[in-house]
Design a protein around this ligand. Structure first.
Ligand SMILES: Cc1cc2nc3c(=O)[nH]c(=O)nc-3n(C[C@H](O)[C@H](O)[C@H](O)COP(=O)(O)OP(=O)(O)OC[C@H]3O[C@@H](n4cnc5c(N)ncnc54)[C@H](O)[C@@H]3O)c2cc1C
Length: 472
């Protein structure tokens, strides 16, 4: 479906010259590589986006260089797509209309580590931040399982939760994002500061309404985490144990994920460490809580097959346990077979393991279950990221309909619009800020369905629509 993608008729050699002293990449093969993210998880998005490419990549190393990139783009009216590590799943960082890709990974300084917070440049890698925090007794309150390649700016602009969310909630929850700074796209780009809850105006906006320069996130005291894998005879019991662990007041945990047995067969690096053919509960538990964790697993009918500190894990060459959780679970299967895909499903009553397991049976053999537990507004929630053996869009939508009919909401992973997926409603506050920060609509064009309808309005009129939405 190439009509999704357009190219700009611009003199890019001239723009590359004007961008100096900012480093640029003009080599088409390398520009194409940086035009992709993990949209190929979805056969639907793959069909739509695989031929969408930017025209030029800029690699600013400072806020001033980033401002220069935005100013040049503004002068030439060219689209701009911000890019961190390019690990988004919905084509968030894919240029739909060609243009300038601004890769932020050169802006990676850790600026300040304080009591309960870290302030960093947007292009810093999550794993580098965690590594810098640990010796000072801290760790990030949450991070995505892609921490080795994902940037903090990309996480805040494109992500929502991660390892740590079972203890500390989603990114959007009060106190998790302390401050964001972002540049506007104007002749003379201005940096705006978004404090505390105002940061939600920029969070999860997919780089549509400002180029994030600096991020201050909450940190929590670090602990000696043990990577744990327990196995169960039934998926129902595995899920129920996950829920019990997620709800436990006496056991600390920063990861809790249940994985149906056929998926575990796609984890070759765990062969010999787990009982064959069993359902898997993946967790990260503090060393001092291990006796209580072992008791809980036994009481739930499971067996602890593996419990290793980072040093022990590295010694036997096993990846982090979180590389078998969140969207890494899907990746492990896709590494072996590209006909797999996934979906994002809410669980209406996470305590009801019978309904969860029954839904798996109802869906049939082309769907394998995988759940993540998290805490939202203080309440334990579960969401499902099942493996689906893709045969047709029709069958995928039938699966969606079966979930919806059972009261399990579907947050579609197969759309490149910001209003799909986790954000089912239009966020008019995002769009009001887009109007303020990006008056020409150059940032990540084509990703918001609603923008077309409101771009002619003033920021205040767009914001008023948010008021009506909340009243409704
Ligand atoms: C295997 C796998 C596992 C994953 N696990 C998780 C997980 O646990 N939790 C989770 O939330 N997500 C997860 N994701 C999704 C993704 O990894 C995260 O959203 C990640 O944090 C994105 O960071 P990134 O640097 O790769 O961003 P990119 O993919 O480069 O960008 C993401 C979005 O942010 C925008 N952006 C990037 N930098 C800036 C900036 N400086 N200013 C403004 N906009 C910007 C981009 O334009 C794009 O729209 C996973 C994805 C994969 C493939």
């Amino acid at each position: 479906m190439t009509e999704t993608c357009e190219r700009t008729a611009t003199d890019w050699t001239n723009i590359a010259r004007e961008l100096a002293p900012v480093d640029v990449i003009e080599e088409p093969v390398l520009v194409k590589k940086r035009s992709r993210d993990f949209f190929w998880y979805s056969p639907i998005l793959n069909g739509q986006l695989k031929k969408c490419f930017g025209d030029l990549v800029a690699q600013p190393k400072t806020r001033e260089e980033l401002a220069h990139c935005l100013s040049v783009a503004f002068a030439h009216d060219v689209p701009v797509v911000l890019r961190g590590g390019g690990t988004g799943n919905y084509g968030q960082a894919v240029p739909l209309q060609g243009g300038l890709i601004v890769e932020t990974t050169g802006m990676n300084r850790i600026l300040e580590i304080g009591d309960g917070f870290v302030r960093v440049e947007a292009g810093a890698l999550m794993s580098d931040i965690n590594a810098a925090l640990k010796p000072q007794g801290w760790e990030m309150a949450m991070f995505p399982s892609t921490q080795d390649i994902a940037t903090i700016g990309g996480f805040v602009a494109g992500g929502s939760a991660g390892i740590g969310s079972i203890a500390n909630g989603a990114l959007r929850e009060k106190g998790n994002i302390i401050q964001l700074k972002a540049l506007s796209v104007e002749a003379d780009p201005q940096e705006r500061v978004f404090d505390a809850e105002d940061a939600l105006q920029v969070h999860h906006a997919w780089g549509l309404n400002g180029a994030i320069t600096e991020v201050t996130l909450r940190t929590v005291p670090t602990r000696d985490w043990v990577g744990c894998m327990a196995t169960f005879d039934s998926y129902r019991d595995c899920y129920a144990a996950g829920y019990a662990l997620a709800c436990s007041d006496s056991i600390g945990r920063k990861l809790c994920s249940s994985v149906e047995a056929p998926i575990v067969d796609y984890f070759p690096r765990l062969k010999g460490h787990l009982r064959d053919g069993k359902h898997l509960l993946v967790a990260l538990v503090p060393a001092e809580d291990m006796p209580a964790y072992r008791d809980l697993i036994a009481a739930q009918g499971g067996v602890v097959d593996l419990a290793m500190t980072d040093a022990e894990r590295e010694a036997v060459g096993i990846p982090h346990v979180f590389e078998f959780a969140y969207n890494h679970t899907t990746l492990q299967v896709l590494k072996a077979d590209r006909s797999a895909t996934y979906q994002q499903i809410g669980v209406p009553d996470p305590s009801d393991a019978d309904s969860v397991a029954a839904m798996g049976v109802r869906q049939g053999d082309d769907l394998w279950q995988h759940h993540e537990f998290a805490r939202l507004n203080g309440t334990v929630v579960a969401f499902e990221l099942p493996i689906i053996w893709f045969t047709s869009e029709e069958r995928l939508r039938e699966i969606d309909a079966t979930y919806e009919a059972g009261g399990f909401p579907v947050y579609d992973a197969h759309t490149y619009h910001v209003e799909g997926g986790g954000l089912k409603n239009t966020d008019y506050r995002h769009l009001a800020w887009k109007k303020r920060m990006d008056p020409k609509g150059l940032l990540n064009p084509g990703k918001s369905r609603a923008w077309e309808a409101v771009q002619h309005l003033s920021p205040e009129d767009i914001e008023a629509k948010a008021m009506v939405q909340y009243k409704d």
